[in-house]
Design a binder for this molecule. Sequence first.
Ligand SMILES: Cc1cc2nc3c(=O)[nH]c(=O)nc-3n(C[C@H](O)[C@H](O)[C@H](O)COP(=O)(O)OP(=O)(O)OC[C@H]3O[C@@H](n4cnc5c(N)ncnc54)[C@H](O)[C@@H]3O)c2cc1C
Length: 410
Amino acid sequence: MDDGVEKFDLVIAGGGIVGATLACLLDGLDLRVALVERRLPDEGELPFRGSGLRFDARVSALNEASRQVLGEVGVWNGVRAVRCCDYREMRVWDAEGTGSIHFSAAALGAESLGTIVENSVVLAGLYERLRGQGNLTVVSPFTSAALENDGGGTTLVGDCGRRLRASLLVGADGGNSAVRRLAGMSNRERDYGQEAVVATVKTERSHEHTAWQRFLETGPLAFLPLAAAGDGGFRHSSIVWSTRPDEAEDLVQMPDGRFCARLAAAIEHRLGAVEWSDRRFRFPLRQRHANHYVKDNIVLAGDAAHTIHPLAGQGVNLGIRDVAVLAEELRNGLGAGRRLHDPVVLRRYERRRKGDNLGMMWTMGGLHRLFGPQPLPLRWLRNTGLGFVDRASPLKNFLARRAMGQHGRA
Ligand SMILES: Cc1cc2nc3c(=O)[nH]c(=O)nc-3n(C[C@H](O)[C@H](O)[C@H](O)COP(=O)(O)OP(=O)(O)OC[C@H]3O[C@@H](n4cnc5c(N)ncnc54)[C@H](O)[C@@H]3O)c2cc1C
């Protein structure tokens, strides 16, 4: 550092699951890397470190492909050792009729369909792993506030006044990406007209290592199974209830007892009564897709490039796949003597990821519309369709394998 500017080869803006995974994937490369994060949680804030039984309200359903990437960077075993829950079955049904579909890991010759993990458990594992990484500097707290591009590189300026210069800047700073905005990268955006209410709940009966999802007229309600609690039972689930904003506000504000009764009825008492609910949070749901993932020497990945409806729990899986491909292309490019920000290398990343991300986004958009309020003939059709897919094993298996990430390269 001379002129007050800290110099790196690559700066990753955003230290969420996607940004931190990329930092791990760049280990061993002859690059000076900085990982910039607005705020890292204090140890005391991590729910799994506390003595009382608390779960993080934010969880992710990690598919096999994501688990593999986390395994390759040496994080997955540590995550498993803390706590997580494999789900072996998935039951989806329509509140407006009789249509239902049942996925089972056994039918696919797999041990599980996916694993539900608290985001804070994954992040703690990633940062533990990054602690000893020689080519990495973690810069936090740091809030990206401005970008300066001088042709040869980009300088990311924090609101604290720190200046970080890099040949390549990766924006992995989430759906409201500051990098995307500051770089003037355009974005297509659509409001789903829904908010997601998330909370940890305890039910009367075991979740049976099953992910449950019921499509209500106002949106899908999912129960995602959590690890065994101190009492030895598998009775904690993380719920994601997508609904109209006015109902979401109501669900967050109402007394716990009323909420538990309403939730149990909404899932048709499949897990018996809901006995307890932790604090409830709500998130607006928007579909976003950056028109380009690359501009000069700036690249977007994860939610900064695309956000989708959480109904199939695929957001973070797509982001992990983005950075696995990006790291592979950078590695190949450097091996072939290309510069880090070579447009050929960056465009290859964009080409490889755009189709997959758009495909998933359209599928989620279609499901969201199909299961929204529909006239009677369409409701009949979707019920018949669900039943058809449930009986058509090859089609059902194809859908399940896609959700598990068993397609494409990377
Ligand atoms: C209710 C809900 C449920 C979901 N459930 C699932 C699921 O089951 N499975 C799944 O795969 N996905 C799920 N998702 C989606 C998933 O949470 C996201 O896709 C995932 O978190 C994206 O990771 P990311 O690292 O790209 O972004 P983020 O997790 O948003 O991380 C971005 C990071 O950048 C930092 N940052 C932001 N702005 C700045 C700035 N200006 N300066 C510095 N740092 C900054 C933030 O502090 C944050 O740490 C769900 C989403 C929602 C809303």
